[in-house]
Ligand binder design. Structure first.
Ligand SMILES: [Zn+2]
Length: 122
């Protein structure tokens, strides 16, 4: 069964409001996208993640598709496998900054770096 069927419209509305209508990974604004954002399972269902608010995040189609069922990725700086950015546990501003021209996202901590690389945020 798809997330769309399992998660009620009320919960989906709550998730969008909580995320301020931004993708919780790349901070794209939903209003500028052609397709409605999706609800991402931070811990994938395939790995036991629940359909609860604590495990759900608003994600653009692009980030959701690239993240897929992953929880970790290899940090390009250290070569070590580290957890991806977790929007329920981690603070965006502690893991990412915008480049000076405002066009790209730079990972400033391991979770930020692997998420930029794994989700191809730029
Ligand atoms: Zn995104």
């Amino acid at each position: 069964m798809s997330a769309r069927q399992r998660i009620s419209e009320r919960i989906r509305r709550h998730i969008r409001q909580r995320a301020n209508y931004l993708c919780e990974y790349c901070h794209a604004a939903e209003q500028w996208q052609y397709v409605r954002f999706t609800v991402d399972h931070v811990i994938p269902r395939a790995q036991g993640g629940a359909d609860t608010l604590e495990n759900l995040a608003l994600a653009c189609f692009h980030c959701n598709r690239r993240k897929a069922d992953r929880l970790t990725a290899v940090d390009p700086a250290s070569g070590e496998e580290v957890p991806l950015f977790n929007p329920r546990r981690d603070v965006w501003g502690e893991h990412f900054i915008w480049s000076a021209d405002g066009l790209s996202i730079i990972g400033t901590a391991p979770a930020g770096r692997v998420t930029v690389a794994a989700l191809v945020l730029n």
